[in-house]
Design a binder for this molecule. Structure first.
Ligand code: HEC
Length: 93
């Protein structure tokens, strides 16, 4: 039992960190492409997002303002951000 606990702890953290970007894309596409394509994510310095916390802010702003994705669990939102970052932004979390 003494050895088991740290392993259990490790595996729960691992799931939290490694959000599934595939799932993120499936959540993102039907909800988020009504107003903009993914092109707005690739404007680099001309875009609104320049660092990872900015990406999180922008995603939650679009969710709040549009009501799209408002029914996502926090984990879902993380997977969407993970997908967007791996596919487009490549920012350091
Ligand atoms: C009702 C319309 C609408 C919907 C739906 C919408 N957005 Fe947006 N979003 C906007 C507008 C408008 C902008 C600003 C575009 C610009 O600056 O040209 C924007 C910009 C963004 C940006 C910043 C892009 C950049 O790097 O400059 C992100 C990130 C973003 N949206 C994420 C999302 C996500 C995630 C969703 C789905 C939950 C979503 N949006 C749904 C209207 C929308």
């Amino acid at each position: 039992m003494r050895k088991l606990l740290p392993i259990l702890l490790l595996s729960t953290t691992a799931t939290a960190v490694w959000a599934d970007p595939e799932n993120g894309k499936e959540l993102h596409d039907p909800e988020c492409m009504g107003c903009h394509s993914t092109e707005v994510y690739t404007r680099g310095a001309k875009g609104k997002v320049t660092d990872f916390s900015g990406l999180k802010r922008m995603v939650s702003m679009c969710i709040t303002n549009t009501g799209k994705g408002a029914d996502w669990f926090p984990e879902d939102q993380e997977e969407v951000i993970e997908y967007m970052n791996q596919e487009f932004y490549h920012l350091k979390p």
